[in-house]
Design a protein around this ligand. Sequence first.
Ligand SMILES: Nc1ncnc2c1ncn2[C@@H]1O[C@H](COP(=O)(O)OP(=O)(O)OP(=O)(O)O)[C@@H](O)[C@H]1O
Length: 505
Amino acid sequence: MDILQKVAHWAKHSPDHPAYLHRSKAVTYRQLEEYSDALAFWLESNGSSGRPVIVYGHMQPEMPIAFLACAKAGRAYIPVDDSTPPARLSSILKHADAELLLSVSGLPGEIDLLSTSVVTDIPGLIRSNLGRCPDPKSRVAPDDNFYIIYTSGSTGEPKGVQIPLRCLQAFLGWIEAEFGERRGDIFINQAPYSFDLSVMDLYPALSSGGTVNALDRNHVAKPAELFAALNESGATVWTSTPSFAEFCLNHPEFGQTMLPRLHTFRFCGEVLTPSCAKRLQERFPAAAIYNTYGPTEATVAVTSVRIDPEMASRYPELPVGRCKPDCQIRIADERGTPVPEGENGEIVILGASVSPGYYRNPEQTKAAFFVEKDKEQRAVQGYRTGDSGYVRNGILFYGGRLDYQVKLHGYRVEPEEIEHQLRRLTGIKTAVVVPKMNGRVCEYLTAFVVPEAMPDSEFAWSMEIKKKLSQSLPAYMVPRRFVAKELLPVTANGKADRKKLAEEV
Ligand SMILES: Nc1ncnc2c1ncn2[C@@H]1O[C@H](COP(=O)(O)OP(=O)(O)OP(=O)(O)O)[C@@H](O)[C@H]1O
C-alpha cells in the first residue's frame, strides 16, 4: 500500500483516531480522507495543466490536507513556509511557473504573482465539495512527482528537488523497517514543511495510523508555551535537528517526566554531538537516539544508526550510520573515482532514494546528478552530495560540507573540523566557526561557542580555549576570535544559522 492507500485504510479502520493535531485543532483520519478528497475534486475540476501546486502556510491542519489533495489530483505540491521572504517566494513562483497557489495563511504580501492564481479560502472549498471524490485514475503514479522542495539555495538560485512517489515510498518502507512504527505513536513535528525533515514525521505517522502533533514557530518563540505543549502532547517519537534539541535542553524540566512516553529521538540535518546525545540519554533514560543523514536530493535520509551511551562516550565524532538497503554510499575523490575504505572523500549516494533531479533545471541537474548501469545493466541514479566523509566497517562518518572550505593564508581549512575539535573540549556544548571574508579572501576565523557556563572574562576564557585547541590543531587553524553565546541563532529550518553569524564577524 502506498501513502494514499494507507490513509484510506486508516480512515476506514480507525476513522475517529486523530491524524493531525495543531493547538486546539484536531483532524481525524476520516476528516483527513474526506477533506483531501473534496479538495482534490476541486483541483481536478479547476486547472488541467498538471503543473505543480504551491501550498503556502505553516503548521495548520490544512497543510497535510492540501498535500494529500494534490497527490490525489495527480499534482505535485511545493510546500512553502509562510515565513519565506517575499522575494524568495516570488522567485519560486517564477521558477516553478506555478499556475496555482493554495494559501492556508492568507495572501502573501508584496509579491508579484505573475500568472499564478491564489486561492485562500481552503476551508470554504472543502465545505462546498464535501462528499465528492476525484477520479482514482488521476492520482500520482509511482514515477510522478509527489512533492518538490525548494532548497534554501545556498547558490542563490532556487533549486526544486523533485521527489516522485516511488522515492517517498522507498523512504517510508525503510523507516518502517528501521524503526518499527507502532500504532498509537504520537509524532512531534517541528520542522516547517518547506524543510524535508518534516517528511520524516508527517508520512511515517500517517502511514502507520499514528498522530502528528505539530508545534509552530510561536511555540518555539515562547518557551513556556512550547514546554506546556510538550507536556500535554503524549509524544512518543521526536524528530528534529540537533539544534532544536539543544534549545530544549536549556530548559531543566525537558526530560522523561515531561515526555513520559517518548521512546525515540530521530535526528537529521546537522551534526549530532556526543555532548547533546549524552545529555539526552541522561534526561530520557527510556528513549533511543538515532542519528540519520541525507540531503533533500536523496529523500530526507539514507543512513541511520542508534547512538547508545557507550557510543556517545567512545566516539569524539558520532557516526551517521549504515546505508539503507536499496541505496549505496560511495566515497569518491575529486575525479569521482571511489577511494579505499577509511579514506576521506565526497559522499556520493546511488539508488532508489535519489531524486531524478532539479525541477526545470537541466544544468544544475547535470552538475550534481548522474546515471550509471549496475551489474544487471539497470540504470541507477546517483547524486554527488558536496559533503565529505568516510566509511569504516560499513558505517558512514560525516566530515563536513565541501563548500564551507576556505583558504586561509594559503592553507585549506575546514571550519567544521575546528568545530569538531572545539566540541571535544570540556565545558563546551557546541560551536560554529565562521570565516571573516573580504571578497573571496578569508582574513581570519571566528568561533562562536556555547559554553556550559558563561565566562566572567571572555578574554581569559578565549586564551584558555586557544591553548587547548593548539594541542590538537595546527596554529593556522586556531580561530583568532572566540565569542561566548548562550544559544546559537537558527534558520527557519532549525539548523545553526551560519549566514547570520557571518554578519557578526
Ligand atoms: N546527521 C547529519 N550530520 C551532519 N550533517 C548532516 C546530517 N544530516 C544531514 N546533514 C547535512 O545536511 C545536508 C542536507 O540538508 P538539506 O538537504 O536540508 O539542505 P542544506 O544543505 O541544509 O541547505 P540548502 O537548502 O542550502 O541546500 C547534508 O548534505 C549534510 O551536509
